[in-house]
Design a protein around this ligand. Structure first.
Ligand SMILES: NC(=O)c1ccc[n+]([C@@H]2O[C@H](COP(=O)([O-])OP(=O)(O)OC[C@H]3O[C@@H](n4cnc5c(N)ncnc54)[C@H](O)[C@@H]3O)[C@@H](O)[C@H]2O)c1
Length: 231
């Protein structure tokens, strides 16, 4: 993909899962990587695998101080960051809203929404001040497009991630910064959105969900009823 070779990409929650898959994919595309995670050992293990082109940074995305310190470490090592994948997130307790604990709500919102706010703010400030174009991808979820009986805080945070991303895209356009959200887990989509091949795509949500959002349960029930009638 165009525009990824030799660029510096920061991936939060990059030590495992979706973040680690994106780190590996971006490394294959020639990016240098800043792997940010609360679990430094896991992040370091992945950075060691990638060699000199990657560093591991311990940061809690819910901490403004940590986010700022992680930017400083990236600048110290690579001189700046061009691409950001703000991916770190947690699920939360599986309870209906009537049983939800305030502590769990606050924890999920702090990591999944406030953490993305800190990341988007730091990324746009950094790119604006350097005067270079850049790209940002946030990880939302299908849960950011629909509600659900369980994990209301997660749904609220992931809906919020999309709103924050669209707003960052509108402001970022002034400085050549694109921002898009992905509701699922495909590393190639993240690499594409960060690349120059996606230069006209900003403020969008790319849904990669195996057709989940296209499949309305009522439509399915109607189709079964018609099939039963026809039989
Ligand atoms: N797994 C799914 O099916 C799925 C679907 C849709 C969206 N998502 C979203 O994708 C993202 C990654 O999910 P995953 O399944 O790879 O999770 P995961 O638990 O496998 O990995 C998350 C990583 O984030 C790190 N992390 C957690 N809290 C952190 C914090 N406060 N600061 C910094 N790092 C932190 C963890 O140490 C871990 O390395 C999340 O935002 C999640 O909500 C996941």
């Amino acid at each position: 993909m165009r525009g990824l070779e030799a660029r510096v990409a920061m991936v939060t929650g990059g030590a495992r899962g979706i973040g680690a898959a994106c780190v590996r994919r971006l490394a294959e595309e020639g990016c240098r990587l800043v792997i940010v995670d609360i679990d430094l050992d896991a992040a370091q293990a992945l950075a060691n695998e990638l060699g000199d082109s990657a560093i591991a940074v311990r940061a809690d995305v819910a901490s403004e101080t940590d986010v700022s310190a992680s930017m400083d470490q990236a600048v110290k090592r690579f001189g700046g960051v061009d691409l950001f994948h703000l991916n770190a997130g947690v699920g939360g307790d599986y309870t209906p809203i009537s049983e939800a604990e305030t502590e769990d709500y606050d924890r999920v919102m702090a990591i999944d929404l406030r953490g993305v706010f800190f990341g988007l703010r730091a990324a746009t400030r950094h790119l604006r001040d350097r005067g270079v174009p850049g790209a940002i991808v946030t990880t939302s979820s299908v849960g950011g497009l629909v509600g659900g009986e369980w994990i209301a805080a997660y749904h609220a945070a992931k809906h919020g991630v999309i709103g924050l991303t669209k707003s960052a895209a509108m402001h970022g356009g002034r400085f050549g910064i694109r921002a898009n959200a992905v509701p699922s887990e495909i590393a190639s989509a993240v690499a594409f959105l960060l690349s120059d091949d996606a230069s006209y795509i900003t403020g969008t949500v790319m849904v990669i969900d195996g057709g989940t959002m296209a499949d309305h349960p009522r439509a399915r029930a109607l189709a079964s009823a018609h099939a039963a009638q026809a039989a």
